[in-house]
Ligand binder design. Structure first.
Ligand code: C2E
Ligand code: MG
Ligand code: MG
Ligand code: MG
Length: 290
């Protein structure tokens, strides 16, 4: 029973992990250690935001950038959000980390404006746990107030699967955000089984076609069908559509032919430091070159 098991664990002590198979042991320990370090990473200022431009497919201009977090671990180097965001979700650390991301992205965007760049929208990814916190709205208001950024220059990216967990609650929260003047986009669109009737009630500005549909776009007819269906759906619902993970000329040709509005991907730029965004914009918005 539980008491006996706990007693047994205590008796073994913390150092008796060798009870398990070695791989299990080291994997579990690695995760445990990383979780402990994640707890201190904010205080140690180990997070950075990179920014990836999103490009208008008709004009070649950049009007939006997506903020993407990186963890600069003292001994392991840069750790991908794919690895630590799920951990942060599990432990609840995503709430303070997400708060930092919101503040930092708003601060940076206002700093770009103050430096004389044409105003852009900064997109911030919001995870499920963060979205469901009942004080999300006041956290967003705080980030805007502290930075002095106007609400219309902030966009929140929520995933389709997050919305589908509880459509009614999600729509209520999205309506409140929209009331503030913040824009909303649906990330990873196509992977989360939205019903079309629900989609038309979402107060969103953009759909982001998931990069899994873009990867083999040049050759895969199923991906072509999905991509062109999402684009025409967006047109009919009056939403802009952006393709993520765009790497090749062939993908761009397909997206242009099908009247996709925007793209984001390594073909134009990797996620880069804030200073590199300034150089990129000066170059690109001046000479129009996708
Ligand atoms: P996402 O929001 O769908 O972001 C797009 C991901 O695609 C980013 O990965 C980006 O670096 C990558 N990407 C961009 N262009 C290309 C391309 O041409 N080819 C390929 N193969 N990949 C491309 P990243 O930065 O590793 O982020 C992964 C995921 O982690 C994000 O997916 C998002 O779900 C999450 N994430 C990142 N930053 C944050 C954050 O601040 N808060 C939260 N809650 N989640 C975040
Ligand atoms: Mg995103
Ligand atoms: Mg995405
Ligand atoms: Mg994704």
């Amino acid at each position: 029973n539980a008491d006996a098991a706990m007693y047994h664990a205590k008796e073994l002590g913390r150092d008796n992990f060798q009870f398990y198979a070695p791989e299990f042991n080291s994997k579990t320990q690695e995760k445990f250690l990383l979780q402990e370090e994640l707890r201190d990473a904010l205080a140690r200022a180990e997070f950075t935001l990179l920014y990836q431009p999103q490009v208008d497919l008709r004009t070649g201009h950049v009007f939006t950038v997506e903020a993407l977090i990186r963890w600069n671990h003292p001994s392991l180097g840069l750790i991908s959000p794919m690895k630590f965001i799920p951990m942060a979700e599990e432990t609840g650390l995503i709430v303070p980390i997400g708060d930092w991301v919101l503040h930092e992205a708003c601060r940076q965007n206002k700093a770009w404006q103050d430096a004389g760049l044409p105003p852009m929208v900064v997109c911030v990814n919001v995870s499920a746990r963060q979205f469901k916190e009942n004080n999300l709205i006041s956290r967003v208001v705080n980030a805007l107030t502290d930075s002095g950024l106007e609400a219309k220059y902030l966009e929140l990216e929520v995933t389709e699967s997050l919305i589908m967990q509880n459509i009614e609650a999600a729509v209520a929260t999205m309506n409140e955000l929209q009331g503030l003047g913040v824009q909303i986009s649906i990330d990873d669109f196509g992977t989360g089984y939205s019903s079309l009737s629900a989609l038309k009630t979402f107060p969103v500005a953009r759909l982001k076609i998931d990069k899994s549909f873009i990867k083999d776009l040049a050759a895969d007819e199923n991906d072509q069908a999905v991509a062109s269906a999402v684009i025409s759906l967006g047109q009919k619902l009056n939403l802009r559509v952006i393709a993520e993970g765009v790497e090749t000329d062939e993908q761009i040709a397909f997206l242009r032919k099908n009247n996709c509005d925007e793209m984001q991907g390594y073909h134009f730029s990797m996620p880069v430091l804030a200073v590199e965004i300034v150089q990129l914009l000066n170059k690109n918005n001046a000479i129009d070159g996708v």
